[in-house]
Design a protein around this ligand. Structure first.
Ligand code: PMT
Length: 397
């Protein structure tokens, strides 16, 4: 099933390193071509000879052996996937800050392929905020986290921190290669773009949302196998991926009605639209003439779509909101998370150049109602969307 796939297995210094031999063997049984790199401390737990015998390839630990230089760049270019298993707290931290003081880390920094991490450590180390923060940084870079197991640990303690079993890791590798179908069967509804609130048949009130963030999210969910419906205000033609179902609306009320139609059938809702909070109380049937010295428009409140949908939520449904802020960003976003009864909210601030409306880039922080959060630095909206989706997968799948 993994024929032709080129996989680097990176082994770090943990008692779980012995499981890496089983992982390598399972990958090879599936037809993958495997190269192993190890940190110097990993060789205290399992010998390079064992792994080179299993793979039929030399195992590299140092950047150079006597007079031979081992090119980390070449390996980085060769691979379709790198799996770091077991991954210690030290290696997680060095990956997070980009430190390359051994061959494994130099290979990691030279990769052009996705990365999977199977952490292994003691329960208190795993729970430590600094370790959790590093994990979130790496998840925010779209690395695939293989969740730790819960049980008896080498220290004698019991709890979370065991490396996932090799069979589980291989299943994640298969899922990854066979089109990342982690979200197969999941129905995702995304609201996107601006709304238009008419004043008369000619004029309307709107905002600067382009729908680019919604389009990037749709693409990322589709790549993971989800079924995607986009309820969108007016945006540029051809913006959305052709394999998403698009329902076009104009006003906030139309957007709400389209979302209500899917309220029972969607599993996840992502509210990325910039919905007008108010609309003109009256819409003139005829074009308003300019023969008045002034024009006062009375506005009434629009429905809050995210709030309406989450008030009807079923237990399996997830609600993910967005918050576009210009001040007290964190407080306002967390307040919206709670008042709209959401699972997570993605904050983007207009104070950050390159973030928010219209741009091709964004910079966000995701806050969840269990108080976890992750920052995704300024990047293309497509990469930010991938980071958000992989964070949601690590939490809810
Ligand atoms: O479309 P782009 O140009 O790519 O820009 C992307 C974006 C900036 C629009 C997007 O990233 C974003 O932040 N969307 C939410 C913008 C917004 O209206 O935020 P808000 O803080 O006002 O609303 C909070 C949440 O409630 C949002 O999920 C919003 O969709 C939802 N809401 C708001 C008002 C309302 N009446 N109904 C809602 O559902």
């Amino acid at each position: 099933m993994l024929e032709g796939k080129k996989v680097i297995v990176g082994i770090t210094g943990s008692i779980a390193a012995y499981k890496a031999a089983f992982l390598v063997r399972l990958l090879m049984q599936q037809g993958a071509e495997v190269r192993v790199v190890m940190t110097p401390s990993a060789v205290n737990f399992i010998t390079p000879l064992t792994l080179s015998s299993l793979t039929g390839n030399p195992v590299h630990v140092q950047l150079q052996d006597q007079d031979t230089w081992h090119s980390h760049i070449e390996l980085g270019l060769w691979a379709d996937l790198m799996i770091i298993a077991p991954c210690t707290a030290t290696t997680l931290a060095k990956m997070a800050i980009g430190q390359a003081d051994n061959l494994l880390l130099a290979v990691y920094l030279s990769l052009r392929c996705p990365v999977m991490i199977a952490p292994a450590m003691d329960v208190d180390m795993w729970r430590h905020p600094s370790v959790q923060q590093n994990v979130q940084i790496l998840v925010g870079r779209s690395h695939i986290l293989i969740p730790v197991g819960n049980g008896k640990l080498a220290s004698g303690l019991t709890g979370e921190g065991r490396m996932a079993e090799p069979q589980e890791i291989v299943e994640s590798v298969q899922t990854f290669f066979y089109k990342n179908l982690t979200l197969k069967g999941l129905r995702v509804l995304i609201t996107s773009g601006p709304t238009r609130e008419p004043l008369d048949p000619v004029r309307f009130l709107t905002n600067r949302s382009s729908g680019k963030m919604g389009a990037a999210l749709a693409e990322s969910f589709l790549k993971m196998g989800a079924e995607v419906t986009i309820v969108s205000g007016p945006v540029a033609e051809g913006l959305y991926p052709p394999n998403a179902k698009v329902i076009q609306v104009e006003t906030a009320e139309e957007m709400l009605n389209a979302c209500l139609d899917s309220a029972d059938s969607a599993d996840w809702f992502v509210f990325a639209a910039a919905v007008a909070d108010y609309r003109p109380e009256e819409v003139s049937a005829e074009k308003l003439k300019k023969n008045h010295p002034e024009w006062t428009i009375r506005m009434v409140k629009n429905p809050d779509i995210a709030r309406e949908i989450s008030s009807r939520r079923k237990s399996h449904q997830r609600m993910i909101g967005f918050a576009l802020e210009t001040e007290h960003e964190r407080e306002h976003a967390i307040q919206k998370l709670h008042t709209k009864n959401l699972d997570c909210i993605v904050l983007n601030s207009l104070k950050h150049p390159g973030a928010g409306f219209e741009t091709d880039t964004n910079k966000v922080t995701v806050f969840c109602n269990d108080k976890s959060e992750v920052d995704i630095d300024l990047r293309k909206k497509s990469e930010v969307a991938e980071g958000i989706v992989s964070f949601l997968i690590s939490k809810y799948i």
